[in-house]
Design a protein around this ligand. Structure first.
Ligand code: BG6
Length: 484
C-alpha cells in the first residue's frame, strides 16, 4: 500500500490530565501510532501535565505501560516505542495554584504549533485557561482541546463556553465528539455528497424513516458515579447520536469546510421538534446471567437513571417533514452494533403478479463492528419458477473491499488530534451547536424528572425494553435487528 500519510507541522501538545484514563487509553497510544506512521514529526513533543509528583522518566515508564496495554499490534515495535518515549516530557502542575507553571512556560516552544488538551474535569477549564495566559504560555495561535461532557444542561454549557471565550477565540477551541472522528461517520458525508445516486432520494418523497442505533454490550461498572448523574440521554444522545442525526439530515454545505459544515448541522438541531412523552422510552438493565443490574453497578438501589433510551424524533423542515427518525442507544444490549439505516418507501405499485411481499430498499451504514455499508435491493430469485422476487444486500464491508487499507483505519482520537494540529475544525463541535443540542434536550429531561418517570427494566443481553419495540410497532414499523 502506498502511504498517504502527510506529516503535520511540528508541535508541542500539552496534555493536562496526562496521567488520566483517557490519556493512557486513547490519546497516547493514538499518538504513538501516528508517530510510527510518520505523521507526527520527529521534533514534535508531548508534555504530560498532572498533579502527580512524577519526573519525566517516571512518566515515560507510565506511558510505556499504557501503550503496551492499549496500543494494539504496534506495541511490539520496541525501537519505535523508545523513540516515541523520547518525545515525552512531564510537568507536575497545580491547576488551581502556581506550582509547575513556570516550568511549563520554559518547556513550551513559541515557534511551533501549540495545543493544550484539557483532559480534566470541566470545573478546571477556567483555571487552566487563565493560568496559560497569566504565565504567558498560550498565544493567539494556540489551540485548546476539550472533551465531553460539555456541560450537563444548557446553563452549564453556556457557562463553560463563556469561561473558554474569556481566554480563547472560538477558532482556537476544539470540542471533541469522538464519533465525528470515526471513519464511517465521515464516509457518510462522502456517500451523500460524493455520489449522484443518493442525494435526489434523500428526502421525504422517498425516505420512509431513518433508524439510528448505537448498542453496546458493556455496562456502566467502573463509571457508575459519573453515569448515574448523566444517563443515556446526556451521555450519548445529546452528543454522539445528535451528531449522527445532523450528518444524515443536514443540507449539503457549500464546501467541505469547518463553518460551512457546522452551520448546516446547527440548522438541523434548531429544526428538531420537541419530543412528546409517549415517543420516548427509557430503560434500565436488570441483572443477567453474566452481570449485575444497573442499580448494583452504580450502587444506587433507587436510581431512576436510564441506561437505554429510544425515541421518535422529527425535523421541522422542508426536506424531512413527516419522516420519523428513530433513535436508540443502550448499555448491556445483545450485541455491540452501531448503524444508521435509511429505509426507503415502498413501491407505489408492483407490476409482478403474485408478488405481495413488500420490497424495500434500505441503505445501512455500519459504524461498528465491520465498518461498511450495504444497500438492500430487490432482484429476481435465480433459477426457474417464474418471476419471484427476493431482497439481497449489495454489501460493501470496507475490510473486504479495501483490503489492507481498511485495516489501517485510524482511530477516532488519532485522527482528531492530527486535525487539531492541522488547524482543521470541521470535525469538532462549535459552541453554538452544543448549546442548541442542550436547548432541545433540557425540556425532555426536565419533563421526565418532573413526572418521576421510572425507566422500564430490560434484560441484560436483550434488545431493550418491550416498550421500545412498541414505539415502532405503533407506527407499523420495526427496528432492525441488533447484530454484532
Ligand atoms: C462515550 C460514552 O462518549 O462513548 C460511553 O461516555 C460510551 O458511555 C462511549 O461507552 C462509546 O464509544 P464507542 O467509540 O465505543 O462507541
Amino acid at each position: 500500500m502506498v502511504s498517504r500519510v502527510i506529516p503535520v507541522e511540528t508541535f508541542d501538545l500539552v496534555i493536562f490530565g496526562g496521567t488520566g484514563d483517557l490519556a493512557r487509553r486513547k490519546i497516547l497510544p493514538g499518538l504513538f501510532r501516528r508517530f510510527l506512521s510518520g505523521q507526527m514529526p520527529p521534533e514534535a513533543r508531548i508534555i504530560g501535565a498532572a498533579r502527580s509528583e512524577l519526573d519525566t522518566a517516571g512518566y515515560r515508564e507510565m506511558i510505556a505501560e499504557a501503550v503496551a496495554e492499549f496500543g494494539g499490534a504496534e506495541t511490539n515495535n520496541t525501537k519505535g516505542l523508545q523513540a516515541f518515549l523520547e518525545r515525552l516530557d512531564y510537568v507536575a502542575i497545580d491547576a488551581r495554584g502556581e506550582g509547575g507553571w513556570a516550568a511549563l512556560a520554559e518547556l513550551v516552544r513559541s515557534d511551533v504549533v501549540q495545543a493544550y488538551y484539557f483532559s480534566v474535569a470541566p470545573a478546571l477549564f477556567g483555571d487552566l485557561a487563565e493560568r496559560l495566559h497569566k504565565h504567558g504560555i498560550a498565544s493567539a495561535q494556540s489551540r485548546i482541546v476539550v472533551e465531553k461532557p460539555f456541560g450537563r444542561d444548557l446553563e452549564s454549557a453556556r457557562d463553560l463556553n463563556r469561561t473558554l471565550a474569556a481566554h480563547f477565540d472560538e477558532s482556537q477551541i476544539y470540542r471533541i465528539d469522538h464519533y465525528l472522528g470515526k471513519e464511517t461517520v465521515q464516509n457518510l458525508m462522502a456517500v451523500r455528497f460524493g455520489n449522484v445516486l443518493f442525494e435526489p432520494l434523500w428526502n421525504n418523497h422517498y425516505v420512509d424513516h431513518i433508524q439510528i442505533t448505537v448498542a453496546e454490550t458493556v455496562g456502566v461498572g467502573g463509571r457508575g458515579a459519573y453515569y448515574d448523574k448523566s444517563g443515556a440521554m446526556r451521555d450519548m444522545v445529546q452528543n454522539h447520536l445528535m451528531q449522527l442525526l445532523c450528518l444524515i439530515a443536514m443540507e449539503p454545505p457549500g464546501q467541505f469546510e469547518a463553518d460551512a459544515v457546522r452551520d448546516e448541522k446547527l440548522k438541523v438541531i434548531r429544526a428538531l421538534q420537541p419530543v412528546e412523552n409517549h415517543h420516548i422510552v427509557r430503560g434500565q438493565y436488570d441483572a443477567g446471567k453474566d452481570g449485575p443490574s444497573y442499580r448494583d453497578d452504580v450502587e444506587n438501589a433507587r436510581s431512576f437513571t436510564e441506561s437505554f433510551i429510544a425515541m421518535r424524533v422529527h425535523i421541522n423542515n422542508w426536506r424531512w417533514a413527516g419522516v420519523p427518525f428513530y433513535l436508540r442507544t443502550g448499555k448491556r444490549m445483545k450485541a455491540r452494533s452501531s448503524e444508521i439505516a435509511v429505509v426507503f418507501k415502498d413501491l407505489g405499485h408492483t407490476i409482478f403478479e403474485g408478488d405481495e411481499a413488500r420490497h424495500r430498499n434500505i441503505l445501512s451504514i455500519r459504524l461498528q463492528p465491520n465498518e461498511g455499508m450495504d444497500l438492500q435491493v430487490t432482484i429476481k430469485e435465480p433459477g426457474p419458477g417464474g418471476m419471484r422476487l427476493i431482497d439481497v444486500p449489495l454489501d460493501m464491508t470496507f475490510a473486504d473491499a479495501l483490503g489492507a487499507e481498511a485495516e489501517d483505519v485510524t482511530d477516532a482520537y488519532e485522527r482528531l488530534i492530527m486535525d487539531v494540529i492541522r488547524g482543521n475544525q470541521t470535525l469538532f463541535m462549535r459552541g453554538d451547536e452544543v448549546e442548541a443540542a442542550w436547548r432541545w434536550t433540557d425540556p425532555l429531561i426536565d419533563g421526565w424528572e418532573a413526572r418521576n418517570d421510572v425507566p422500564k427494566l430490560y434484560d441484560a443481553g436483550s434488545a431493550g425494553p418491550e416498550d421500545a419495540l412498541m414505539l415502532m410497532h405503533r407506527d407499523g414499523r420495526k427496528w432492525r435487528e441488533i447484530k454484532g
